[in-house]
Design a protein around this ligand. Sequence first.
Ligand code: B12
Ligand code: SF4
Ligand code: SF4
Length: 228
Amino acid sequence: MNTPAATRFSEKLVAAGFLLFGSFKPEDKDQVPKTGTGSAPKTLLIIGSTGPSLWPAFKAAPEAEDGKSDPMDRYTRRVLSNLAADFGFEPLFPFDGPPYHPFQKWALKCGGFSQSPFGLLTHTTYGPWAGLRAAFLSADELDISIPGDTPGPCISCQEKPCLTACPVNAIQLDTGYDVPRCLQYLGGTPDAGCWTGCHARKACPVGQDHAPDATNGRFHMKSFVGLA
Ligand code: B12
Ligand code: SF4
Ligand code: SF4
């Protein structure tokens, strides 16, 4: 997709703090809903963000200061719904549910991602700091190639420092991520370093330039524990 419309689409996405992570042609097993006209979509685009990409655009938006709940999700819905409409896509959002759309499975199909031992997908370029913000459905088969569309980094990572970074061992290779243990530690430790971002994510050597700063990281952790 290398047309003037594609360039304009990409520029508008970036200006609003988002990125195109990739795309794929949905098959029946992918659990992609039909479009509003009842036909099966021919392309699904995954729209995402990184720590530094989204924060400045979000902070300048009215949602950031209106005091209502879920400000980043509301910003995402407003901006990406408008953008999708302008370019003839139908948007789906990861926060609509339960039941939730299987965004991580869809992102894995785009390429560039691997499943980390702690549940998040880690990206070849953005490391564990890639947020999944929307899927855009298209009735047309679009030809989109993204640089870096390779298997994600966890497959060849030998040391796996993410597995030993949690101070309360809430992340284990065999049992995965122990959410109650994590929340108990965060709740009882107001000065924990992970209040600015999970240590497992910070320990990953990939994509460190795309990590959020401390204020941004704290916003996401508060939102995770239900305080934002
Ligand atoms: C419910 C949910 C949670 C729940 C439960 C997670 C779980 N055990 O499944 C809780 C509240 C614990 C959670 C926590 C977090 N989550 Co969450 N979560 C979701 C949500 C809304 C739905 C997941 C789901 O049920 N999907 C439905 C199934 C059918 O989808 P699936 O793709 O087929 O299933 C995959 C996941 O279930 C995954 N999985 C299995 N175990 C775990 C454990 C964790 C921690 C995660 C993140 C995923 C995961 O494996 C499956 C196969 O790929 C998704 C958004 C979405 N729509 O996917 C975000 C999502 C998975 N979460 C995300 C994030 C970033 C987090 C946090 C890091 C929040 C934060 N602080 O920023 C934390 C992790 C805490 C930490 N220590 O930092 C991101 C992951 C991005 C990525 N690169 O992969 C998503 C995609 C949201 C987004 N907008 O980007 N999350
Ligand atoms: S340290 Fe990073 S690349 Fe290595 S397994 Fe963990 S998340 Fe994957
Ligand atoms: S947020 Fe802190 S306690 Fe929770 S899994 Fe990450 S490092 Fe462990």
